[in-house]
Design a protein around this ligand. Structure first.
Ligand code: SF4
Ligand code: MG
Length: 327
């Protein structure tokens, strides 16, 4: 499998400024250290509780946030060193679908005009050609020509998400970052939108980074899954491996909280102790140690390495073997 995106030690810190002088007093460590290869044509799930850094990671990959440290390669081209102008063709190649497309639509602008703007900005198409393109796009995402003249409030949540998808695919991207793209939708509408995303993927060979807190949806939709905790990658494996044989205690806890008996096997529910720590002041050693049922002294002092467990299964935990013996 060829990789389309590569992340090497990517960090994203946000400065915390305070006092009259607005001096930097610390950093929110939103993304701590992510190394990852994304394969062309796959759907890679990124999961974790809110605040784990998954959205920030997506925005950083897209170039909406500057990388604090580390490297991002898109088709073997390192993006950080490019000027804005040089980055433009790569930017078109990566698009994003948000949870609430309504928020990014102007309520007084017809949908057709909103979609045409993409072509105004990035192409030299004539007005007539743009309109034809937009109608084609509307049909591509399961809407109709007559929707061209409608306003955002005339659409249902599912239809608005289809508009968001239309906008994302307008310029023939190769990577789409879906940030909680179906999380606000009813379950039946979710299924339809996910099906549309899958169809578009096979038609255009799209690669998805699928950011979600919904482990059920991720299991259905994704080929591989990366679990994040407090900006750190905890585990990465094929969806099948991750759901059937999770190795990291945090992954186990997440899966055991899914209220469906078959998902993640018939494990007893693991209740996580305490709150997610403040990412401005993360715990020493393993970031999960304050809530982990298996934490030992080494966990408090030493950050666990990213370990290759074979079969493309990676985990960051000192006590993986130890715990598996107890199963
Ligand atoms: Fe738990 Fe230690 Fe593993 Fe971290 S390294 S997940 S604290 S057992
Ligand atoms: Mg988010």
């Amino acid at each position: 499998q060829s990789s389309i995106l590569k992340l090497e030690g990517v960090k994203k810190y946000f400065p915390i400024k305070g006092g009259i002088l607005k001096r930097v007093q610390g950093h929110v460590k939103a993304v701590e250290n992510v190394t990852l290869e994304v394969y062309e044509g796959e759907s890679l799930g990124i999961v974790g509780e809110s605040g784990c850094g998954k959205s920030t990671l997506g925005r950083t990959v897209l170039g909406l946030e500057e990388v604090t440290n580390g490297k991002i390669f898109f088709q073997n081209q390192e993006l950080q060193n490019l000027s804005n102008r040089e980055r433009l063709p790569f930017k078109k190649q990566m698009q994003m679908i948000f949870q609430d497309p309504y928020a990014s639509l102007n309520p007084r602008q017809r949908i057709g005009d909103a979609l045409e703007e993409v072509f105004v900005m990035h192409t030299k198409l004539s007005g007539k050609e743009r309109k034809a393109k937009v109608i084609e796009l509307l049909q591509e995402v399961g809407l109709k020509e007559e929707h061209y003249d409608r306003y955002p409030h005339e659409f249902s949540g599912g239809q608005r998400q289809r508009i968001g998808i239309a906008r994302a695919i307008a310029l023939n991207p190769s990577v789409i970052i879906c940030d909680e793209a179906v999380s606000a939708l009813d379950v039946s509408v979710q299924a339809q939108v996910l099906k549309l995303l899958k169809n578009l993927q096979s038609k255009y060979g799209l690669t998805y980074l699928f950011i979600s807190h919904d482990l059920g949806v991720v299991r259905y939709f994704c080929d591989r899954v990366m679990v994040m905790y407090l900006g750190n990658t905890a585990e990465l494996a094929s969806a099948k491996q991750l759901y059937e044989n999770p190795l990291h205690p945090y992954t186990k806890a997440l899966l055991s909280s899914i209220p469906r008996p078959k998902v993640g096997g018939n494990r007893d529910r693991i209740r996580l102790q305490g709150e997610i720590p403040n990412p401005a002041n993360p715990p020493s050693g393993c970031a999960f140690h304050t809530r982990c049922p298996l934490a030992s002294d080494v966990c408090k002092q030493v950050k666990p390495e990213w370990r290759d467990m074979g079969e493309n299964h990676f985990v960051a935990c000192h006590h993986v073997e130890k715990e598996n013996e107890h199963q």
